[in-house]
Design a binder for this molecule. Structure first.
Ligand SMILES: [Zn+2]
Length: 302
């Protein structure tokens, strides 16, 4: 019912997916109603920006946000981890043009957030209480929200590839289910696409260390998959990061078919703009969320 932040600052560093350069992010606890703010800390005088779906400037490869006159890429995994664990307020100082890709999942963020601890603040959360179904479509892709007393996601993907094929996953999201079932799922790509991106000077930091790479009907990563349906789980991870930009907690059942960053972002805007479909409320009796205290993590890579 109350807003949260982390107990102490955290540092994440590693290779950037786009540039392949070493980048660093320092994540600080923040005051109630701060939401998630971000800054290009390597550029003197750059401004602090509060993230919203309207900051998103590009959804190619990863989600990029506008930070004053500068851009910051690959924000969706840290945002997903924070939202998934129920962390409302953070400030992120980014040294470089993107956040580190780490292992391509939200695993390290979740692990460190839980290690440092989550602190309850004195101010109550505001929730969007949806009363009507909202749906957007683009070609054969669609995403919709159905009012619900719980935060649930059903995601369906379909690829013309033997390894992925069709995958469907339903999850009732709590901090615990997020950490166990979603956080460790890695991003993925196809070998021929990755090679094409490299030729174009893109995804320079992309490798088997931070993505599942599929070559026709073979997975190139030696250790294989972390979950049988890791692909659809990562799509849910990304969706949670993109939707977190709403800046509110909410309850609803999100159903998505073949959606990605671009449609997720359009959907987040559509949700905010559908003002006759929701009320902004503080936690009521009919809204329940499992406290994060019960969270127990399994070792990485299982
Ligand atoms: Zn992702």
């Amino acid at each position: 019912m109350f807003q949260t932040t982390i107990k102490d600052k955290l540092i994440f560093s590693g290779k950037g997916l786009h540039s392949g350069k070493f980048v660093k992010a320092v994540v600080y606890p923040a005051l109630p109603d701060n939401g998630i703010t971000i800054k290009r800390a390597d550029i003197p005088g750059s401004e602090i920006v509060k993230l919203s779906p309207y900051n998103v400037t590009s959804t190619v490869l990863a989600t990029t946000v506008n930070c004053g006159s500068y851009k910051i890429s690959t924000v969706e995994h840290i945002l997903s981890a924070a939202y998934g664990l129920g962390i409302d307020n953070l400030h992120i100082d980014v040294f470089g043009e993107e956040l580190p890709i780490l292992d391509g999942s939200a695993s390290a963020y979740v692990e460190q957030f839980l290690k440092v601890g989550i602190k309850q603040l004195k101010k109550k959360r505001k929730y969007l209480k949806f009363t009507k179904r909202i749906r957007i479509e683009k070609g054969d892709k669609w995403i919709e929200l159905i009012p619900s007393r719980f935060f649930k996601v059903t995601f369906n993907i379909q690829f013309d590839n033997k390894i992925i094929n069709e995958q469907k996953k339903f999850i009732n999201l709590t901090p615990e289910s997020y950490a166990k079932e979603i956080a460790k799922a890695r991003t993925f790509g196809f070998r021929d696409e990755v090679e094409m991106l490299w030729k174009m000077g893109l995804a320079r930091g992309g490798s088997l260390e931070n993505a599942i790479v599929i070559d026709k009907d073979k997975i190139l990563n030696e250790d294989g998959l972390r979950y049988d349906d890791e692909f659809v789980r990562h799509k849910i991870l990304d969706l949670i990061g993109d939707i977190s930009l709403l800046g509110y907690r909410f309850y609803g059942h999100i159903r998505a078919y073949k959606s990605g960053h671009e449609l997720n972002n359009q959907f987040a805007k559509a949700l905010l703009e559908a003002k006759n479909c929701y009320k902004i409320v503080e936690l009521g009796e009919d809204y329940n969320y499992t406290p994060y205290k019960t969270l127990v993590l399994e070792p990485q890579g299982t």
